[in-house]
Design a protein around this ligand. Sequence first.
Ligand SMILES: Cc1ncc(COP(=O)(O)O)c(C=O)c1O
Length: 399
Amino acid sequence: MTSAIPINMHPNNMNSPLIYLDNAATTPIDPEVSRAMQMAAKEYYGNASSLHSVGTIAHEILDQERARLASLIGASPDEIIFTGSGTEANNLALKGVAFANAHRGRHIIVSAIEHDCVLKAARWLESQGFSVTYLPVDQHGLVDVQVLENAFTDKTILVSMMHVNNEIGTIEPVKEIGNLCRERNIYFHSDACQSFGKIPLNAASLNADLLTVNAHKLHGPKGVGALYIKSGVNIEPLLHGGGQEKGIRSSTENIPGIIGFVMAAEIACREMDSETKRVTGLHEHILCILKQRIDGVYFNGSLSARVPHNINFCIEGMEGEGIRLQLLLDEAGVCVSTGSACSSNDGGNPSHVLQAIGLDPFQARGGIRLSLGRFTTQKEIDRFLDVISEKVKQLNPIF
Ligand SMILES: Cc1ncc(COP(=O)(O)O)c(C=O)c1O
């Protein structure tokens, strides 16, 4: 067995503290959450579908956690379906609604900057006879509601638009989008994996019919998510089996994971206001110092409609050196990302999000994303700023 690496130390250099600025990819689990999960794995091992006392306890816990999660997003408990991830919830929303409502129409609208799990589910639906409109965004990464209105047809059954973008942090006008969809009797789904716990999320006030949330973006465990499905929405299950989760998502529920998810979500929502203030301060400081110290730095995404946790920038003339800069920072114990973590599985293609806001493929390879979390400190940011100011001197302009 390999020995565990302390999480706050750099894995390749045990003398160097680790500065983790990739919280949009995933967050370190909150120790309090981790403890609660360990306890739950021992105590609540029952199958929530078993009729005996151990199963009944697991079932009661499941009901209780469902109600707590529901209350965080203004839903009722029977509108929450636990899933194995955000990816699964998004796939269930798109494919499940498409197949259950194909008799009404076969047209779906998504934005061009959705997470790959939405975009690839949409492309797969095209192969199954659905037509999909990929809605462009403006230079700030915002969907124009007028453009959306023009894209509706009498065959449109579903619109899926993310609440906050994972690469550039843009907050989309989902309330207006939800209103438009509601007026036309079109289902509205929003992927809220990057907004939940950072900005207020309320299913009713967004007029959302479906909302995806997950745990590992808010200091909870990986492999747990949920789909809010407004009561009355027609949806076809993707997983068939024991009929758990009202028959919409068969599979034995992951009680420790769900406990960890709900606890992490409650902490994030409780601390949202103070964290927003604190992280906004860090954000402004980073922007100011990067502008002062790095010639040609430019920032991607909206200046105002964004979560403060995200900063995405390129350095003019150095865009071809994005991955090298990431590696140099990593050597010095600073974790940032270029593009989204998932795009690295696709051979590091230029970011589809940065291209959608108007960057050319060369520039779109050079975006550096910093994403801050609840455990990011001012001291870490100061150290990061010192390290990056030094490391950029080693880059060579490539045109
Ligand atoms: C916006 C968004 N949607 C969906 C996902 C996928 O979530 P999961 O990793 O839980 O499958 C992510 C995470 O990468 C994300 O950032």
